[in-house]
Design a protein around this ligand. Structure first.
Ligand code: SF4
Length: 330
């Protein structure tokens, strides 16, 4: 799956680097000074690279956990996000990473312990307040778990800090490291879900809805707090029927009373990312939808956006109480 590894000189002897290299004995290994040399140059084609991305092993020096954008949270006052990786195994056509990064190569920052030190300091500074940390902002939290061991390393760490909450955002069925340990109530496993008819068109390489539901089911059975993220809602002429059927399917498997939270938001992208992605995929039907740009964000026309939010909100509130519902209106 990975035939080229770029490795920063400073971490070439790091134990995590060594064990990842051992997983890919046939991969070409190229030593570099800083990952930006490979990742940042402008003359790269994200679409072409996405066909065969390399894995870049790098060290992160600063900005380990950052305050989350407003409205990103699920009820807590203090929200941070952190990314042990940049880019993703899957290829969702609506993904903002395609607009944000020049390169589709995966970057993995191997110095997990420095992230943990930073997170511990943030939690110690306000020890009486719950602090939520979101992983899966610049990547999928679990998709490369067998390679990264991310959850395996971070779950015991978070379990040990009484005021730290962790949300793992994913579409992946790589849940073995979760099932292998005791669940803890401050770790929410949040799955992004779309109707299958939509996922097949715009979530290339991601597991089907059924496989995500199987994973959710197992996790909920074992006692993990589950989050459902219906975000982004994607418009198709039959969207009402598609979403109605999906909600029925989801709640025939998932116990609403044990859910941690449900969020909902329509397709939206910063205008400059939208323009870049549209150029990469001019033939993509998603971008021929009734879209408009308001305050530098490109999304569905206001009336359509409101109609979609209202319809799906009504549907969802027939299954879950309002206290678990977090619509995203940005
Ligand atoms: S799963 Fe998430 S991070 Fe990965 S391509 Fe899809 S939207 Fe982007």
């Amino acid at each position: 799956m990975i035939d080229t590894l770029y490795i920063e000189e400073s971490i070439r002897h790091h134990p995590r680097t060594i064990s990842i290299c051992e997983r890919f004995p046939k991969a070409r290994k190229i030593i570099c000074e800083r990952y930006g040399e490979v990742f940042n140059p402008k003359a790269q084609n994200f679409r072409l690279q996405k066909q065969n991305p390399a894995l870049i092993l790098a060290e992160k020096y600063k900005n380990f956990a950052l305050p989350a954008p407003p409205a990103y949270g699920i009820g807590a006052e203090k929200n941070y996000y952190f990314s042990h990786m940049l880019n993703c195994l899957y290829d969702c056509r609506y993904c903002f990473l395609q607009g944000m990064f020049q390169s589709a190569h995966y970057v993995l920052f191997v110095n997990y312990e420095d992230y943990q030190q930073d997170i511990r300091q943030i939690c110690n500074a306000t020890a009486n307040e719950p602090i939520h940390f979101f992983s899966g902002y610049d990547c999928d939290s679990l998709a490369l778990e067998p390679v990264t061991g991310f959850a395996e390393h971070f779950l015991p760490f978070f379990a040990d800090i009484p005021n730290a909450w962790l949300e793992l955002r994913t579409k992946s069925t790589q849940i073995r490291s979760l099932l292998n340990r005791e669940p803890f109530p401050r770790c929410i496993i949040a799955f992004s879900l779309s109707p299958d008819e939509i996922a097949r068109k715009v979530e290339d390489k991601a597991p089907s809805l059924l496989r995500r539901l199987d994973a959710l089911d197992k996790l909920q059975d074992q006692g993990w707090p589950i989050g459902l993220r219906f975000d982004p809602l994607i418009y198709q002429t039959a969207y009402q029927e598609q979403y109605k059927n999906m909600f029925e399917q989801v709640f025939s498997r998932i116990k609403p009373e044990l859910l941690h939270s449900v969020s909902l938001g329509v397709f939206r992208l910063p205008e400059k990312y939208f323009k870049k992605i549209h150029k990469l995929y001019p033939e993509e039907k998603l971008f021929a939808s009734p879209l408009e740009t308001r305050q530098k964000m490109t999304s569905y026309k206001t009336e359509l956006e409101q109609e979609m939010m209202q319809y799906c909100t009504e549907q969802l509130l027939s299954y879950i109480p309002e206290s678990k519902f977090f619509p995203c209106t940005l």
